[in-house]
Design a protein around this ligand. Structure first.
Ligand code: 9WN
Length: 446
């Protein structure tokens, strides 16, 4: 039978998970499958940590920001001394090839979704509510300029059309690695005969191979790294040459949301007015780009393949991006929210809990065990829940929170879950699952 922990036990178990993943220099994303620090994982990890120890949360975020490249990019992986993950620092060769990459710690050469300002907002609010104003203020002062530079890097190097649509050069940058969103753009990535041989280490660390991307997908992931190595990770050259270049509507929405959040944090900490104005301007432009991607036929937002120069209409959870950042006409927004909570998505009658899965159970491509092709990801639900709360949609946000807690009550803190059975999948004791659970447990319904 599925275990069903009460909230005190669940919170203790989440805290225990985090301390188990704490290797002294960082909290790793997961014990075996991911023995390093991942950019957006760490943003979520620091939110949960703040409930346990604000200073520790600040340190975690600062560790990530300490690995920021000199040009402003926050790398997607900050490597620990641990081994056991492929591709590791040698395969990336970032510091060897690009003078902007730090030598220590070693990092990968791409980025992940810009959710860090949202984490900073949460940590500052939690710190204030605990009377830790001094720690909050110090963190705000040190992190803000770094996050500003990160957002500026995205605008400068990842908005190739100048429309506000933020582009990614690798599926890993979306955080939704093998989502069907990327099937068409990946079909145009042709690994060359000079792809160096490699051995995957992720297989064997999950119950079934089908829970991870396929070998053909991995060849493409690795080939894109080879392409980037050839131009020494020069940001503009990568955008010019990568065979994968996609305007990512979900990343763009997060960027718009996080830029607004960062602007407000800037006002609270007396940052330069021109930078705050700039952030609001970037937010406006990216919000408009998200809204412009709205497909009247499906009612969802779309990614844009910038190599093939066409919209990608694959229906996934990312299509609800406008609900994160706003910007749609009110009727379209209402219809989108109704779709998200309706029978095609979170309200599907067969689901274990009313949480939107990564792909609709009614979609022909729905694969309930296959990584980003169907399972439920608690962190994605957290993002929607948090955004809904900001937007004043309290009953929707509370409902998501209680359904997610019901799903997570098995105490596995799985990386993702089977949407129909609630079975834990992928890694167990995944840090970011433990931390969003901690945040939900500490926040009584609005
Ligand atoms: C590649 C760590 C990361 C998450 C991503 C998730 C997965 C890595 C992988 O794990 O990606 O970056 O090896 O599959 O897709 O969102 O940040 O938890």
């Amino acid at each position: 039978m599925r275990p069903n922990l009460g909230s005190v036990q669940l919170a203790a178990s989440a805290a225990w998970t985090l301390s188990g993943n704490d290797i002294g220099t960082m909290i790793t994303a997961a014990p075996r499958l991911y023995p390093h620090m991942w950019s957006w994982d760490t943003a979520f990890i620091s939110i949960g940590l703040a409930h346990l120890n604000v200073a520790r949360a600040a340190r975690e975020l600062e560790t990530l920001l300490g690995a920021q490249w000199r040009n402003g990019m926050i790398p997607h992986i900050v490597f620990s001394e641990g081994t056991g993950y492929f591709p590791g620092p040698e395969r990336w060769g970032a510091a060897e090839l690009n003078a902007d990459a730090p030598n220590s710690p070693r990092t990968s050469g791409i980025c992940q979704p810009p959710v860090h300002a949202i984490a900073l907002r949460r940590i500052v609010d939690i710190a204030r509510s605990q009377g830790e104003r001094e720690v909050a203020f110090k963190l705000l002062k040190s992190a803000w300029p770094k996050l500003y530079r990160w957002h500026e890097w995205l605008v400068r190097h990842r908005d190739p059309l100048g429309t506000g649509m933020i582009a990614i050069v690798h599926g890993w940058e979306s955080g939704m690695d093998n989502s069907p969103r990327w099937d068409i753009p990946y079909a145009a990535v042709n690994p060359g005969p000079d792809l160096p041989a490699y051995v995957r280490l992720d297989r064997g660390l999950v119950a079934e191979d089908a829970e991870r991307p396929s070998d053909a997908e991995y060849d493409r992931y690795l080939w894109l790294i080879e392409e980037m190595r050839k131009v020494r990770y020069d940001a503009d050259a990568v955008v010019r040459t990568s065979s994968f270049l996609v305007g990512d509507v979900f990343v763009t929405a997060l960027f718009a949301l996080a830029s607004e959040v960062l602007a407000t944090l800037g006002e609270e900490s007396e940052q330069p007015a021109w930078q705050i104005r700039q952030l609001r301007g970037w937010a406006r432009r990216s919000r408009a780009a998200v809204a412009a991607s709205h497909d009247p036929l499906t009612g969802l937002a779309r990614d844009r393949d910038l190599r093939g120069d066409h919209w990608l209409s694959t229906s996934t959870i990312a299509g609800f991006a406008p609900l994160l950042c706003g910007g749609l006409p009110i009727d379209a927004e209402k219809a989108m929210l109704a779709t998200l909570t309706g029978p095609d998505w979170a309200g599907h009658p067969e689901l274990f809990a009313q949480i939107p899965p990564s792909v609709s159970p009614n979609d022909s491509g729905f694969r309930p065990r296959e990584y980003w092709r169907g399972p439920v990801w608690p962190v994605i639900a957290w993002l929607f829940g948090w955004a809904f709360e900001q937007r004043g949609w309290l009953s929707e946000s509370d409902h998501l929170r209680s359904e997610c807690l019901r799903l997570a009550a098995d105490g596995s803190f799985a990386e993702y879950y089977h949407p129909v059975t609630g079975e834990p999948l992928g890694s167990r004791q995944q840090s970011w699952t433990a931390t969003v659970v901690l945040d939900w447990l500490h926040c009584p319904p609005g």
